[in-house]
Ligand binder design. Sequence first.
Ligand code: BES
Ligand code: MN
Ligand code: ZN
Length: 468
Amino acid sequence: MPIETTPTFVAEPAADAQFVAVPFGRDLAPPVELPLPVDALLAHYEAKGDPGEVVEVPVAHGTGVRRVLLYGVGDGSAAGLRRAGASVVRKVKGGATLWIRVPETADAGAAALAEGALLASYTFRIGAGRTAPKIVFVGGDEEALRRGERVARATALARDLINTPSSIKSPAWLADQAREVAASAGLGFREDTALDEFGGIRAVGQGSVNPPRLVELTYAPEGATRHVVLVGKGITFDTGGLSLKPEEGMKTMKTDMAGGATVIAVMGALAAAGVPVRVTGLVACAENAFSGSAQRPGDVITQYGGRTVEVLNTDAEGRLVLADALAYADAELAPDIVIDIATLTGAAKVALGLRLGALYATDEPLAAALLEAGEATGDRLWRMPLIDDYRADLDSDIADLANVDRRMSGSAGSVAAALFLREFTGGRPWAHLDVAGPARATADDGEITKGGTGFGVRLLLRYLASLG
Ligand code: BES
Ligand code: MN
Ligand code: ZN
């Protein structure tokens, strides 16, 4: 279902090719025969060669007509070529074969072109499918194109997990998906169902007929010295629990395991990407259901490591499952760096909208590297402040911490959630990505497809590959 096409790589388009995409740019004349001089043609269509521009020209070919899609590549940057690849794919409807001539470009550009083209061809459909074009790359460095394909496939896996309805997607189902990814990528796999010490994951999951899980995936390349732990929020559906969400806020909540989906997809792609460090992926899976066995506002739970939390709002459940996983990572895994990714707060979405993720970090080099990886991959982040003054808002009258501001002031909700998580990181270099906005798209746009976006997969793969 995800990216249906298996791209192939050739030197020249077939003689009977119907759709041939050809690059053009400021100093780049398309290497095809056209009915008019290229300048006249582009002037007619008011095209300048910017990424995203596609001019469709019918060209006589043999006894029939071929369609040449002139696609702008701008300055040939990776971002431009990602957009160009996506735009070309979006011009071809149905299951036709699209031949994309790769511009003479750096390897990173070719990888980005393939990534954009393949991600734009992503579809998710239960029932009769919509067919996407088959893609053939003409020319270009095959290794680079394949690198782009791998990144696109990892992102598409995350999209599939996110787009799967919660009637299918129980915590056990999500753990099984992780198990399959681990088997095919040669990762270690472990799941905890008893969760004896994980009071947060148990409390959030106790209201559901589908019991919770903690999944642990391990990647340990030979010679690795540094160890990074990734933690993903895996709430397979978030009703809010007894602090019930209104219908409007609930209907997209199958997306609430997007952070976990990203962790699973990244873990599955580490070996092929040649990531040189040890990586452990933790996914805290639970369904935040509304039922007679659900936790109540005012309950006190014991997180991994012994800290107690007064649950004043059962809809602030993500931080409860993440706190257990962060405390476990600190106590048992001795990580050099911890990064969590979660659809954590509506407040992050209000602050930054649907395109940017909120970044919180306790380590400057880590923050800088993640911001750079975000710019390079298109999974853009914006740094947010961990404001110490607000920490006292999370004091509880009867427990070590409250899960929300007990005065219910409701301000700076994304900051408050980050401050809550920081309590469980043991002072290790830590970054938190609140992706409540960009995890889900309301419309197709470039390489982004409506629904789950897989935000963070490209970012984290690039960041991890950059570590020595
Ligand atoms: N999963 C939600 C956050 C969310 C909201 C994700 C919108 C994607 C889109 C999270 O569990 C939640 O409900 N957070 C509450 C926290 C509040 C009760 C302090 C929120 O943001 O309203
Ligand atoms: Mn919630
Ligand atoms: Zn949630």
